[in-house]
Write a protein that binds this ligand. Structure first.
Ligand SMILES: Nc1ncnc2c1ncn2[C@@H]1O[C@H](COP(=O)(O)OP(=O)(O)O)[C@@H](O)[C@H]1O
Ligand SMILES: [Mg+2]
Length: 591
């Protein structure tokens, strides 16, 4: 069992106190006894001397003295409460306060008694002895009487028991006093030690609350001693810890803010490879909802590549790992993972993995690569045609006038196609790089449409296609670039003619939708299958390459349309049914 401090203090004080009292007791009592005996002896001696003086003065006649000796001793004895003996010069006991006159005759000669001998020699004698006369242990004191002991000796005796009784009484009194002091001492020391231990208990309580994380309590002590110093130190400590905690919390908040706002995913593990942190971005990427703390990456992400990067680092094989990993989430994603060892004081503490989602980057890269391949391919076709026919002509076909005309017209068509292609490519690259000049201003759409229909009139007539323009009154003006909008109409109308049936028709309608003008261009042509619809706005994508090429297409028209409309903050889309026809729609903002 734990003894509380203030009890312990009480016991220590009390132990010391008892020790002091015991020492006092065993030293004091004998001392007092000695003092008492001494003063008793002195008293008796003084009384003895006083009586000697009085007797000597009073009794000048020896016979009278002898006569009255017994009466004298009785009187003095009664008065002083001691045994008084008067002894004659020859040692005969003349009077004794304890004996009657008759008894005196049987008392032996006292001249050899030690106190008498000393009185005779030195004028005062003292001795302790058992008295055969009164059968008691006695203290004797004697003086000579008269000149040259002419009157004999006067002797007082007190029983030693008186001194012993006094000692017993004294012991009892001192013992009682000690007992009282012990009781009061216990109370005193208990309150004293509680007074001493109280500030310490307060400090313990405060330290306990600090341990629990509550640093707001301050010691109330204002003492100037060591306790006060301790209280001050505790107070300063709590303030400093509080400041540090605040600083850590601030740091944590900013770290959290950084981690949450980061686009990149982050995992931190400890040296056992168990996750300690995972930012929201990564949780989103892998749809993590479970508890992550202390678990292995493989349990959360279920990807062996990520786990092996962590293993590589925490097993100390690599300090830095950079890997591209393909993950099905379930759609395929390409992640670039950079793993770094966390090293503190030369010791491996864990690993940090940063995930960059580079799926889009890789997709764009692929589109660019495909584009370059496509462009080269598209360019090669007309060029090899031109080259082939020119060669054939040079090799002799020139001589045949019929061939000559046909071949040259093929060369002419091919070079037209080449020119178209190059024009479209240049337009596209200009739009994409933002270098195409667009001047948006309020304009009426109908005149632009009419102009474009006129341009394509011949082409439509060749296929016996009728173009219907559904005009509505008071069509609001749009905000656009007339040259670029013409390009949009030309491309869409050109397609509507090209991919239409012989004798088909084209309908052009306008609707005001919120702050936009929607234009629908419907044809009665071949239509587009559902699987092709999402792709027809891609560069070089054509449903039927051979047919498009034969019709002089480049596969870039719809891309250019899409870019121009988007530059006007509008949208473009298509509804189509295979074999029945298509409706291309786009919106442009009203003024
Ligand atoms: N009105 C339409 N009807 C059917 N298919 C069309 C229509 N317009 C476009 N397409 C399809 O979309 C492809 C892409 O069109 P576009 O970019 O204008 O290229 P191009 O006209 O040079 O072939 C065409 O090759 C064709 O397959
Ligand atoms: Mg086209």
């Amino acid at each position: 069992m734990r003894i509380k401090l203030h009890w312990r203090l009480t016991f220590i004080f009390y132990f010391v106190f008892i020790l002091v009292l015991l020492i006092g007791y065993f030293y004091l009592v004998p001392q007092l006894r000695v003092y008492f005996e001494h003063s008793l002896k002195n008293n008796i001696k003084n009384q003895l001397l006083l009586d000697k003086h009085l007797l000597e003065k009073y009794y000048l006649d020896e016979d009278k003295f002898i006569e009255e000796a017994d009466a004298i001793s009785d009187r003095i004895g009664e008065k002083l409460g001691v045994r008084v003996t008067i002894i004659g010069r020859e040692g005969v006991v003349l009077g004794d306060s304890d004996l009657s006159k008759d008894e005196l005759k049987d008392v032996e000669n006292h001249l050899d008694r030690l106190e008498i001998k000393q009185a005779e020699e030195k004028g005062f004698g003292i001795s302790k002895r058992f008295s055969s006369t009164v059968k008691k242990e006695l203290l004797y004191m004697a003086v000579p009487l008269g000149k040259d002991n002419s009157l004999g000796f006067l002797r007082f005796a007190i029983p030693l028991r008186d001194i012993e009784l006094f000692e017993t009484k004294l012991k009892r009194i001192v013992f009682l006093a000690l007992l009282l002091m012990l009781i009061f001492g216990l109370l005193l020391f208990f309150s004293l030690s509680s007074y001493i231990s109280k500030p310490l208990l307060e400090m313990i309580e405060i330290a306990k609350s600090y341990a629990k994380g509550n640093f707001l309590i301050k010691p109330s002590l204002r003492l100037k001693d060591e306790m006060g110093e301790l209280a001050k130190a505790l107070s300063i400590m709590s303030e400093e810890i509080n400041n540090k905690i605040e600083k850590i919390e601030q740091d944590k908040t900013s770290l959290d803010a950084v981690l949450s706002s980061m686009f990149e995913g982050i995992i931190v593990t400890d040296k056992n490879g168990e996750i300690t942190l995972m930012n929201p971005s990564l949780k989103n990427l892998f749809s993590v909802t479970s508890f992550i703390q202390g678990r292995k990456p493989i349990e959360i992400i279920r990807d062996i590549d990520v786990q092996s990067i962590v293993d590589e680092i925490i097993e100390g094989r690599q300090k830095f790992v950079s890997e591209e990993v393909k993950i099905n989430l379930p759609e395929e994603k390409i992640l670039k993972i950079n793993g770094t060892a966390i090293i503190r004081d030369g010791k491996l503490e864990g690993a940090v993995l940063v995930f960059h989602d580079i799926t889009e980057l890789r997709r764009l890269e692929k589109i660019r690569q495909d584009f370059v391949a496509n462009v080269s391919h598209e360019l090669r076709t007309p060029i090899s045609g031109i080259k082939g026919y020119a060669e054939t002509l040079l090799e002799g076909a020139m001589e045949d006038r019929k061939n000559l005309r046909e071949f040259i017209s093929i060369i002419y068509n091919e070079s037209n196609r080449l020119a178209n292609l190059i024009d479209d490519l240049l337009d596209l690259s200009k739009i994409e790089s933002g270098k195409m000049e667009m001047i948006l201003r309020p304009l009426e759409i109908i005149p632009i449409v009419k102009k474009c229909v006129n341009i394509l009139e011949n082409k439509a007539r060749e296929k016996a296609i009728t173009v219907n323009l559904n005009l509505t009154d008071d069509l609001p003006k749009v905000l656009g670039d007339d040259k670029r909008l013409s390009q949009v109409f030309l491309n869409l109308l050109d397609n509507a003619i090209k991919y239409n049936q012989q004798g088909g028709s084209i309908n052009i309608s306008f609707f005001v939708r919120d702050e936009f003008l929607q234009v629908d261009i419907s044809d009665t042509g071949i239509g587009i299958s559902e699987k092709d619809i999402p792709r027809i706005f891609e560069r070089f994508y054509r449903v039927d390459k051979g047919r498009s090429r034969q019709l002089g297409g480049t596969g870039l028209g719809l891309s250019i349309v899409k870019h121009i409309i988007q530059a006007h903050r509008g949208q473009v889309w298509v509804n189509s049914e295979l074999g029945k026809g298509s409706t291309f729609s786009f919106t442009i903002p009203l003024v």
